[in-house]
Design a protein around this ligand. Sequence first.
Ligand code: AMP
Ligand code: ZN
Length: 115
Amino acid sequence: MSADPHCIFCKIVAGQIPSKKVYEDDELLAFHDINPWAPVHILIIPKQHIVSMADVNEAHAGMLGRMMALSPRLMLDLGVTGGFRHVINTGRDGMQEVMHLHLHVMGGPRPWLKG
Ligand code: AMP
Ligand code: ZN
C-alpha cells in the first residue's frame, strides 16, 4: 500500500503518531480530529496515500463509497442523533491543509466553533 514518509496521516496509519481511533479496517481508518469544530468531529481516511479528491478516479469509487457509507454508523456509535455534516476540502483553493485525502464528519449539538 502506498505511503508518503512525510505525510502526517500516513504516520497515523503506521502508528508513528498517536490518534484517537474510532474505526479501522484493511482499507480505511477513522479518528477524532485534533482540533474539532463540533462536539463530535472525526476524519475518515483511506490507509493508502491519496493526496486529494483531485487524484481520485473511477477505480476509487468503492473506497469512496465505503468512506461515506461508514459515517452514519460511526456517528451513531459516538452518540450523534441530531444529524451531521460531511466536508472534503480539496487543494489550495479548497482550503486543504493536510495533503492526504480525508472526509470530515461533524455532529453533535450546536453551536459549533466553525461551519
Ligand atoms: P483540511 O483543512 O481539510 O486539510 O483538514 C485537516 C484536518 O486535520 C484539520 O481539521 C486538523 O485539525 C486535522 N489534523 C491535523 N493533524 C491532526 C492529527 N495529528 N490528528 C488528528 N487530526 C489532525
Ligand atoms: Zn498520506
